[in-house]
Design a protein. Sequence first.
Length: 161
Amino acid sequence: MPLKIAVYPGSFDPVTYGHLDIIDRALKIFDGVIVAVARNSEKNSLFSVKERVKLLTEILEDRPVAKVDTFEGLLVDYVRQCEASVIIRGLRAVSDFEYEFQLAQMNRSITRDVETLFMMTSVPYSYLSSSIVKEVSMLNGPVDKLVPPKVKAALDAKFRG
Ligand code: COA
C-alpha cells in the first residue's frame, strides 16, 4: 500500500498548543505529516517565515514529523509536489466552518486527488488562535498554558526584548 502522507498547512504565527494537538493526533493516523508554513498569507505577521519555521522545527524536534517546510502559491500544488494526498485542517468552532468549507471546496474543484480531513480541535484549545495569544502576550498576560516555553520566550523577546 502506498504511504499516506498528509500536509498540515497554516500561518503558525506563532505555533500554539492547539496546533500541536492536531499534529500529535495526525501523527497517529498518517505515515508522514508535513507541517507547512504558508509564505503568501495575506495576514500581517509578527514572526517572519524563517522565525516561524525555526520555532516549529525546535518544538517538533522530538516528534516523528516528516518535515517542517514552507510553501508559496496554491496549496494543492504543494501537496501534490510532496506526493501527499491529504490536507489536515483543525476546526475549532462552528465559526471556522464557513471559511474551511470554502477552502476545501475550492481545493477540491482544482483537484480530486487531494482530500481535506478536518479534526475537531480539543476543547481546551477551541477558543485559541495565534492572534489572541499575541494580544495576551503583548499585554503581558499569561500564555504558559497556550504555547510551549520556546514560543513564550520568542513572544517576550518581540514585545519586551
Ligand atoms: N487550535 C488553535 N488554533 C488554531 C488551530 C487549532 N487546532 N488551528 C488553527 N488555529 C488558528 C490559527 O492560530 C490561526 O489564528 P490567527 O487567525 O489568529 O492567525 C487561525 O486559526 C487560522 O489559521 P491557520 O490554520 O494558520 O490558517 P490560515 O487561515 O492562516 O491559512 C492556508 C490557511 C494557509 C491553509 C490557506 O490560506 C492556503 O491554503 N493558502 C495557500 C493559497 C491557496 O491555495 N489558496 C486557495 C485555497 S482556496
